[in-house]
Ligand binder design. Structure first.
Ligand SMILES: [Zn+2]
Length: 150
């Protein structure tokens, strides 16, 4: 299989980790765009992976290492870190960690929310005012931050 002209992985693990590789390709493409628009090489960057994204951090890190070797950011140093999920109450504005909202739920409810975090308002409630107007504010996506150029 070819992804962006670079052979990344063969075999049965490929499909299971396809999502991580797709994300890695997107990260490397973004770095290319950063370089192109600034005319400089990327020296270092940090990748933040949302707690709720269900991506395997080690697989993502490995995919990035492979893809970066073949890009113009080949010697860039990077880290892959977890971005904790935060939930905000639409009624009183209180900000909670995702873990705080789900801690009193039973195991089955926790599992449902693990796979479908959007349902948090159906199961959880604000710790302060009890409102069910909960929104996930962070912890779902993947972002690139602190890009440093040479
Ligand atoms: Zn509240």
């Amino acid at each position: 299989m070819l992804v962006a002209g670079v052979k990344v992985m063969d075999g049965p693990n490929m499909l299971r980790h396809m999502h991580e590789y797709t994300i890695a390709v997107g990260v490397v493409d973004s770095l290319k765009n950063f370089s192109k628009s600034s005319g400089r090489r990327v020296k270092s960057f940090r990748v933040f992976v949302g707690e709720l994204s269900m991506l395997n951090l080690e697989v993502l890190r490995g995919a990035l290492e492979k893809l970066i070797k073949h890009s113009d950011a080949a010697d860039a140093v990077f880290s892959v870190e977890v971005e904790r999920a935060r939930v905000i109450c639409g009624s009183c504005g209180y900000v909670m960690s995702f873990g705080e909202v789900v801690e009193d739920l039973d195991d089955q409810e926790k599992e449902v929310i693990h796979f479908l975090p959007e349902l948090i308002a159906s199961y959880g409630a604000c710790r302060i005012c009890g409102s069910k107007d909960l929104r996930i504010e962070s912890g779902r996506g993947v972002s690139i931050r602190d890009v440093v150029y040479v």
